[in-house]
Design a protein around this ligand. Structure first.
Ligand code: NAD
Length: 330
């Protein structure tokens, strides 16, 4: 199998590439990534000399570059490439529309032209919007709150339209919040751990009672693997682990693991349009025999250990001044 992984130098994409190269030594992977502030070739330093791995620095909006790779005969495109941080989308949505919508359109056009056998679009639970109670199912109406979520919802609709109109064999995944190694240190778990390692406070939005379903990145990667091999085209699959926790609970768990007290929490004004609760019904994934294998407590402990042992990975990113403006005040 020859895979084109787009956005493979980011957090989830790099974990996915490592997983596939380990598990399927006969698969070949081409990683196409623009290397934005969130893309980092250090994430894949350990596999860069693997003969089954190739990297191209390119933008998914660049049709000629994408087409030249698809022309080499790609069996499956897995698209992780996106602008991903809600706060940045609130400051400036332009790049989100460009990459998350126009970029996906370019990939779909190339997949259609070169008759790629499978197109997997990596989506997000944020497209459903906030849900006070109950669990979102894949067929539920989309109600995105942020420009980021709206751009991801637009991408999902485009992918579905290519499946219906052109019979493009496509699948969409919608996962909950991921945490784990190689996450750019601006998202809640990676920012919190790295701030604590630097003895700095962590800015907690509002009352901290926003609920998310915390998914270890390796569980998400395992789910995408299951979908790639057993998923049905035209389908959407929710992916979560059932670890519904408020941000404050996650912060307290990590403070405890890192032996810090609550003086390290700095309460800051809430994010505009901040969704209160996300929760997913994942019964379709159960039909693919997938279930999360990592316990939250173990996975969060491993994650803390990873950031503790890999200061040389995250410190240059934090010192590089790539933070969203209001996080700089943290
Ligand atoms: P990330 O920000 O860590 O990585 C994104 C990668 O895409 C980077 O390597 C970046 O360089 C690359 N990229 C951005 N624009 C590009 C372009 N125009 N052309 C080529 N490459 C480009 O993101 P992540 O957290 O790994 O998320 C990956 C995917 O998973 C995204 O589509 C995101 O919406 C989705 N997702 C993430 C989470 C999460 O908790 N992190 C949850 C649900 C869904």
């Amino acid at each position: 199998m020859k895979l084109l992984v787009t956005g493979g130098a980011g957090f989830i994409g790099s974990n996915f590439i490592r997983h596939i190269l380990d598990k399927y030594p006969e698969y070949k992977i081409i990683n196409l990534d623009k290397i934005t502030y969130a893309g980092n070739l250090e994430n894949l330093r350990d596999v860069e000399n693997n003969p089954n791995y190739e990297f191209f620095k390119a933008d998914i909006c660049d049709r000629n570059r994408v087409a030249s790779i698809c022309a080499r005969g790609i069996d499956c495109i897995v698209n992780f490439a996106a602008e991903t941080y809600v706060d940045r989308s609130i400051v400036n949505a332009a790049d989100f529309i460009k990459t998350n919508v126009s970029g996906v359109h370019t990939l779909l056009e190339c997949a259609k032209e070169f008759e790629t056998k499978l197109f997997i679009q990596i989506g997000t639970d944020e497209v459903y919007g906030s849900r006070d109670s109950g669990f979102c199912r894949e067929e539920d109406i989309l109600s995105p709150s942020s420009p980021y979520a709206a751009s991801k919802a637009a991408a999902d609709l485009l992918v579905l339209s290519y499946h219906r109109t052109y019979k493009l064999p496509a699948i969409i995944t919608r996962s909950s919040n991921n945490f784990g190694p190689y996450q750019f240190p601006e998202k809640i778990v990676s920012l919190l751990i790295t701030n604590l390692l630097e003895n700095k406070k962590f800015p907690l939005y509002g009352d901290g009672l926003n609920v998310r379903d915390w998914l270890y990145v390796l569980d998400n990667v395992g789910a995408i693997d299951a979908i790639m091999h057993k998923g049905k085209t035209g389908e959407i699959y929710n992916i979560a682990s059932g670890n519904l926790l408020t941000n404050l609970q996650v912060v307290r768990i990590i403070l405890r693991i890192m032996d810090k007290d609550e003086t390290f929490i700095e309460h800051v004004a809430d994010r505009p349009g901040h969704d209160r609760r996300y929760a997913l019904d994942c019964s379709k994934m159960r039909n693919l025999d997938w279930h999360p294998v990592y316990h939250f407590a173990d996975a969060i402990g491993d994650t803390v250990r990873w950031y503790r042992e890999n200061i040389g990975w995250w410190k240059p990113l934090k010192d590089g001044g790539q933070f969203c403006h209001w996080l700089k005040t943290a």
